[in-house]
Design a protein around this ligand. Structure first.
Ligand code: SAH
Ligand code: SF4
Length: 372
């Protein structure tokens, strides 16, 4: 059966306003594609690709270096082998790929998986690097109140190949070779540490010299704070960068906005984060979405500075990206600047991360399967 990858590009019909983009998509699953072949990205290590001997090296090179999306492109394989492979193995994990370009250069990708569920990734070009933000789950079970993905609820875990193929598919549709994507952030839909094994599989493949050959320093995993997952990641040691979505320095505030905070206290999460640093020696990023009247008070900035004292950390203040029906609003610019200044005075490195892709619903926390 032919790999039916369709590709559509739609110019954003959205206006420039941040909330002009919410055109609700039929949220149920699309019909399954009927493609039941095995994912060619599945076998591990890459040496176990379906052909024999040096042919596997050729296939790996087509997939990961040249970015082939069809068996027919692999012209140095004998035709019979290509046909055999095509019958049994699929290259793309997506039945449909739709792109929604933002006016700021980022592009939101909506992927329909073969079982009809959907997920999203975002392409973020910067002057010095090309980044892809990928998802780990369909929806998210964590249910943070400020996050559109959390509001959707949980669909299912993505498989390893579905996580990895987001990078390959985005590269392909951007006209890039896969290895031109040097930065990947696991900050799309879902909580990566609640889908640990599949995420770890995809991460290993991204780092593998025969696959995407990425540097672990250029791969960031963002978590809401699942202590056992953080510790496991430290022990198993792919050495990727860790970003912790803290969003409050005190348990009481955190519990108001993050349901998993009822289960894991900040102290327990911070112990795991310190263990991660001890193991990897990588500076940890602390993410903090600024919510008006909730976590943006002066005392909270001071408490945050105290909490982070002694940890090699960098704070990213994220202005809230609005979405329809959100029960919270964002702090104003002045408040954000004041909060940042207080942290700086306390000696913490801080950046305010103005999100991109807001006009197409591609910014942090806006990913909720809406078209454009
Ligand atoms: N589940 C992971 C990764 C995905 S969310 C996590 O929570 O870390 C990526 C980042 O976007 C997180 O820091 C998250 O808290 C933040 N975020 C979620 N909704 C947001 C919104 N509406 N505006 C700004 N940031 C948001
Ligand atoms: Fe899930 Fe992260 Fe959104 Fe929370 S912020 S609901 S953990 S995706």
């Amino acid at each position: 059966m032919k790999d039916e990858l369709r590709f559509e590009t739609q110019n954003s019909a959205a206006g420039s306003g941040p909330d002009a983009c919410y055109v609700p998509l039929n949220q149920g699953a699309a019909p399954p594609s009927g493609d039941e072949r095995r994912p060619v990205l599945l076998p591990e290590p890459p040496g176990e690709l379906p052909a024999r001997g040096y042919r596997n090296g050729q296939i790996a090179s087509w997939l990961y270096k040249k970015g082939a999306r069809e068996w027919s492109e692999m012209t140095d394989l004998p035709r019979r082998l290509r046909e055999e492979l095509e019958r049994e193995w699929r290259i793309s994990e997506f039945a449909l790929v739709q792109a929604f370009p933002s006016s700021d250069g980022s592009v939101k990708y909506l992927f329909t998986l073969h079982d009809g569920s959907r997920t999203e990734a975002v392409y973020l070009p910067y002057a010095d690097r090309k980044t892809v933000c990928i998802s780990s789950q369909v929806g998210c079970p964590a249910g943070c109140v400020f996050c559109a993905t959390g509001r959707m609820g949980f669909g299912r875990n993505l498989t390893g190949p579905e996580i990895l193929d987001q990078v390959l598919a985005v590269a392909h549709h951007q006209g890039l070779a896969p290895r031109e994507i040097r930065n990947v952030v696991l900050m799309g839909m879902g909580e990566p540490l609640l889908n640990y094994q599949n995420v770890a599989w995809a991460v290993r493949r991204m780092l593998n010299k025969n696959a995407l050959a990425m540097s672990p320093r250029r791969l960031t995993l963002s978590t809401v704070g699942i202590p056992r997952g953080i510790r496991r990641l430290a022990e198993e040691g792919p050495g990727v960068k860790l970003a912790l979505s803290l969003h409050a320095p005190d348990d009481e505030t955190r519990r108001r906005i993050i349901p998993t905070a009822h289960r894991y206290a900040i102290a327990e999460i911070m112990d795991a984060v310190r263990a991660y640093f001890d193991q990897t020696k990588r500076r940890v990023t602390i993410e903090y979405t600024m919510l008006r009247g909730v976590n943006d008070h002066d005392w909270q900035a001071r408490e945050l500075a105290t909490l982070l004292r002694g940890l090699v950390a960098h704070v990213n203040l994220i202005p809230f990206n609005p979405w329809e029906g959100a029960p919270v609003t964002g702090s104003g610019k002045k408040r954000i600047r004041r909060f940042a200044a207080l942290l700086e005075e306390a000696g913490l490195p801080v950046t305010v991360r103005w999100s991109r892709g807001v006009d197409v619903g591609a910014a942090c926390g806006q990913l909720a399967l809406k078209e454009g």
